[in-house]
Design a protein around this ligand. Structure first.
Ligand code: DOR
Ligand code: ZN
Length: 362
């Protein structure tokens, strides 16, 4: 058995308020614990989105009652809330700028609005951006103009990771995260028909394969692995949607990821593509440093690095009930999570009740 720190997922969608049929603070944090995470930072593209005091306070109250692991909540930037957000910043995990289209209504389509947020958001709280391709280049320029660190969410393409490498080499204070689905899947895993229900590793249908940023090419995926030293964090981008929604006429983008991130990465360790230190740096030390997160006393996880099993959507705690990694054989199983001296997960069962989680900004 190997003991590791309680892991931190800096990019999670928990869907509360507004879409609790997909996930809520209870099921989402149960999924987090079952994935080895003792802290999740939840994204603001809820319904309503967390872009003002009223919505933010409602979400904080629900989280306080229902979360089983520790949590922080993001605030979302809009065209007109740059003046209102700083008062809420002390209680927020970070500020999220949506600069490219994704699920939900948040999109900041005006570089002057980006600048208003860079000017007013307090320097002791991170700014995290969804910025793909040329949007990323524009964002790095504006962050440099304002002399501000910025963290880039879910980097997926070769051109993006190489741009971040160049920015770092120039000395710009940029950090970034990469998601397991961009490290392990490409457009070649998506096919119109196939054996996706068969229980062996199969294809994703085009609608199930919808995610933002989109799955990229094998060359893009290889570039992420080749530039591992540029990747500060791994993040699940756990984005649960029901299969009925994914298979419907307007499939929403997003994959669940909380319960598959650690076993996929441990499998890469087993195969010699990563070291355990690489994983712990990107799921614990760097997230703590970049987001300024407190230590969790008497908190750790235990994994059996040799245990092999098959990923099954039906075995997960997430309410969405599926995974794009159905049937994948993985190596490395989470055996136990201890949160503040108490068993929070053991032998496949989540034991921490709702309300066990603390806000990391309290
Ligand atoms: O695929 C995605 N789904 N990407 C995002 O950035 C948002 C997410 C969601 O909230 O469903
Ligand atoms: Zn996301």
């Amino acid at each position: 058995m190997i003991q590791l720190p309680g892991l931190i997922d800096i990019h999670t969608h928990l869907r509360e308020p507004g879409a609790t049929h997909k996930e809520d603070f209870d099921t989402g944090t149960a999924a987090a614990l079952a994935g080895g995470f003792t802290v999740v930072l939840a994204m603001p593209n809820t319904q309503p989105p967390l872009v003002n005091a009223a919505a933010f306070n409602t979400a904080l109250q629900a989280a306080r009652r229902k979360a089983r692991c520790d949590y922080g909540l993001y605030l979302g930037a809009t065209l007109d809330n740059a003046a209102e957000l700083p008062a809420l910043a002390p209680r927020a995990a970070a500020l999220k700028l949506y600069l490219d289209a994704t699920y939900g209504p948040l999109l900041l389509d005006d570089t002057q609005a980006w600048r208003a947020h860079f000017t007013r958001w307090p320097p002791n709280r991170p700014i995290v951006a969804h910025a793909e391709r040329q949007t990323l280049a524009a964002l790095l320029f504006i962050a440099a103009l304002h002399d501000r660190p910025v963290h880039i969410a879910h980097v997926a393409r070769r051109e993006e990771i190489l741009l971040i490498r160049a920015a770092k080499e120039k000395g710009l204070p940029v950090t970034c995260e990469v998601c397991p689905h961009h490290l392990f899947l490409t457009t070649e895993d998506v096919q119109d028909s196939g054996s996706r229900e068969s229980g062996i590793r199969g294809w994703l249908s085009p609608s199930r394969g919808e995610v933002r940023p989109r799955l990229a090419s094998p060359a893009d995926r290889a570039a992420l692995w080749d530039n591992l030293d540029v990747i500060d964090c791994f993040a699940s981008d756990h984005a649960p949607h029901l299969l009925s929604e994914k298979d419907g006429p307007h499939p929403p983008p997003g994959f669940p990821g909380l319960e598959t991130t650690l076993p996929l990465l441990l499998t890469a360790v087993h195969e010699g593509r990563l070291t355990l230190e690489d994983v712990v740096a990107r799921l614990y030390h760097n997230p703590r440093r970049i987001f300024g997160l407190p230590e969790q006393p008497e908190t750790w996880i235990e994994v059996d690095p040799d245990a092999a099993y098959e990923i099954r959507g039906a075995d997960q705690y997430t309410r969405c009930g599926w995974t794009p990694f159905e049937g994948w054989r993985v190596r490395g199983r989470l055996a136990r999570v201890v949160l503040r001296g108490r068993d929070a997960f053991r032998d496949g069962k989540v034991l921490a009740p709702p309300g066990s989680g603390k806000n990391v900004r309290n």
